[in-house]
Design a binder for this molecule. Structure first.
Ligand SMILES: [Zn+2]
Length: 296
């Protein structure tokens, strides 16, 4: 099994979004008024080469995000993107020999704009999304929440990824995504109410693709929820569940915006079982040149 961290550009948000300040409405307003921008962060999508075909977890950002609707205060005051078209997930995967039709499925942890932005490059892939997340992201209400449903690709037709009431370790709901059961979607609510994560079993170890369950491993370990999440209690419970999971087996924790995520994956790569061997394919775990981050 091979997992690629694909960096789709950079994003800058406020420090009070990465680690929330205060509670309730004050916590969610702080990123709008906070003057302190955090350092630029990467935005990762993760491609899993599996014998059933490539599964892409999140589609990453797109160059279109450099132009955001000015009427929305979050877009206007609290987020900036830096990404060129050739940094989108589709073109980057092609450079390592993975074409759009190789990607059988795209699983979205949630539908925030830097997670679904790259979808247009995968018109034949099955796109799997929690039905609750899709509902939250749709229509005028979705736009008010900071989603961009008007930018979904033409013919966008996602399939519902319904998690069963079957516990997977400390996670209350889950669904196996592959025939051999080694790739599992689990409910990780908090950042959004229907946020999910994808766990790749690797023998006794696991790779935990976390979306925005936390922005960094550090925040997860410290139990620090973010400044924009939908539900504080659910987010805290999710971080506790992830810590419990990570104590149960060696875990590589891969959030979408953690500057250390690709390095953690690369350090571990040599140990991953060669379930899928595709001679001639690039063996890069992350796309060379996508790191380090610029300081701009
Ligand atoms: Zn998000």
């Amino acid at each position: 099994m091979r997992i690629h961290a694909v960096q789709t550009g950079r994003v800058q948000i406020k420090a009070s979004q990465i680690v929330g300040k205060g509670h309730g409405l004050a916590r969610r307003l702080a990123p709008l008024t906070d003057r302190e921008w955090a350092a630029w962060l990467p935005t990762y999508a993760y491609a899993i080469e599996h014998r059933d075909g490539v599964i892409l977890v999140d589609a990453g950002a797109s160059a279109g995000l450099k132009r955001l609707p000015r009427w929305h205060p979050y877009f206007r005051f609290a987020v900036r993107f830096d990404i060129e078209p050739d940094e989108e997930a589709g073109p980057q995967l092609r450079t390592i020999g993975i074409g759009p039709t190789d990607v059988k499925r795209v699983v979205l942890t949630h539908m925030h704009i830097d997670h679904d932005g790259g979808l247009a490059a995968f018109p034949t892939s099955e796109v799997l999304i929690s039905p609750g997340e899709l509902a939250a992201a749709s229509g005028i209400a979705g736009r008010l929440r900071g989603y961009l449903p008007d930018r979904w690709p033409r013919g966008f037709d996602p399939k519902p990824l319904v998690l069963d009431s079957v516990a997977y370790g400390p996670f209350a709901r889950s669904r196996r995504l592959t025939a051999n059961g080694a790739i599992v979607a689990v409910a990780t609510p908090g950042h959004t109410r229907d946020h999910l994560s994808v766990i790749v079993e690797d023998g006794d170890a696991a790779v935990f693709i976390a979306g925005d369950a936390s922005y960094t491993e550090e925040a997860m370990l410290a139990g620090q929820i973010d400044g924009v999440g939908a539900d504080e209690d659910a987010a805290l419970a999710t971080l506790a569940a992830i810590r419990a999971f990570a104590q149960s087996r060696p875990t590589i924790y891969l959030p979408a915006h953690d500057p250390d995520a690709a390095r953690r994956l690369a350090d571990r790569r040599a140990d991953l079982a060669p379930e899928v061997d595709r001679p001639g394919r690039a063996r890069a775990t992350f796309i060379p040149g996508s790191l380090p981050l610029p300081s701009r």
